[in-house]
Design a protein around this ligand. Structure first.
Ligand SMILES: [Zn+2]
Length: 318
């Protein structure tokens, strides 16, 4: 397949600030994005290991949120501050001002936008913890102390087994939003295949709010897209959509993430992303891949949508 190439040197690759790689334990377990892109993935807890006692699954209610906030703060010590932003309890060794800004903006504003635009059917029914560590040293030391393993990703991850996001917040808020998408999506659309789950989460690694609506922006994954196309490694849109989760996160996962992200962004730019999400979620039994709904929304086969998508990607710059 041919993709119109973006001009060389069309920007600077940036791995930090609001454009971080996010590696979830589930991704890493399958040799996911981080590993295949040459960057490290998170080390998950050993398969089959029990949920650590310190990280219970807690039914969501206002009292439970406050109690968990107090409990975590006591457990982590005097350097930590905690806030409640339902369904999240946020705790970190960062300044009160930074905590207030992250809780109000990154967690509060973006959660509200995500739930209004996408996750409006089934809200989380458990307390979800967000642990924000101020730098790499704190992140790694605490991950070992609290969870018993050294995370291989420098950015952060979501461990859905214990409903906990673990973040090195010095790398920016992009990974946090990516993992928040997974946390909400797991309740609202638990069956979503990896291509759409990761495409949507990756889209919002770099984002803004436009009139209160969350909008993904171009990020470093465009360079991955371009490089892999130049090498002739790209797969067709139909093949991407048809990948099993293990295939998506297996060999070539960096390209799969990039293609999925820019297909979700293409849907967004055509004003179809929210509609696609709802059609796919609500009619999932009709087609677990989503291909049927892509064809319906565009009124043409996926193969023809692909051409339009690639022409659009060719206009992007990074
Ligand atoms: Zn992810």
């Amino acid at each position: 397949m041919n993709r119109p190439l973006v001009p060389a040197a069309a920007g600077t690759m940036c791995f930090i600030l609001f454009s971080c790689l996010a590696s979830c334990p589930d991704e890493a377990r399958n040799g996911g994005d981080g590993g295949a892109s040459g960057r490290p993935a998170a080390s998950p807890a050993p398969p089959g290991s029990a949920v650590p006692v310190a990280w219970p699954i807690i039914d969501l209610n206002p009292k439970a949120l406050e109690a968990e906030s107090d409990r975590i703060k006591r457990m982590l010590g005097a350097d930590f501050t905690a806030r409640v932003a339902s369904p999240f309890v946020v705790c970190g060794d960062i300044s009160e001002a930074s905590m207030d800004r992250i809780v109000t903006h990154t967690v509060g504003d973006y959660s509200k936008a995500l739930c209004a635009d996408f996750f409006d059917k089934t809200q989380p029914s458990h307390v979800i913890r967000i642990l924000l560590f101020k730098d790499d040293e704190s992140y790694r030391r605490n991950a070992i102390d609290l969870f018993g393993y050294d995370p291989r990703t420098p950015y952060g991850y979501y461990d859905s087994k214990i409903k906990t996001l673990v973040m090195n917040i010095s790398t920016g808020g992009g990974t946090l939003v990516h993992e928040m998408v997974h946390a909400f999506k797991n309740y609202d659309f638990p069956g979503a295949p990896a291509w759409f789950d990761e495409g949507l989460a990756s889209l919002f690694e770099q984002c803004t709010l436009r009139d209160g609506r969350i909008t993904g922006l171009v990020n470093w994954r465009l360079r991955v897209f371009d490089d892999e196309f130049r090498k002739g490694n790209a797969i067709s849109l139909a093949d991407l959509i048809g990948l099993a989760d293990s295939e998506f996160r297996g060999a070539g996962s960096s390209l799969h993430y990039a293609e999925a992200r820019y297909f979700c962004m293409f849907l967004q730019e055509r004003g179809l992303l929210r509609k696609f999400y709802r059609e796919f979620r609500d009619r999932f039994p009709e087609d677990g891949t989503g291909g049927k709904f892509v064809a319906e929304l565009f009124g043409k086969p996926v193969g023809e949508v692909e051409k339009e998508w690639l022409d659009w990607v060719g206009t992007l710059k990074w």
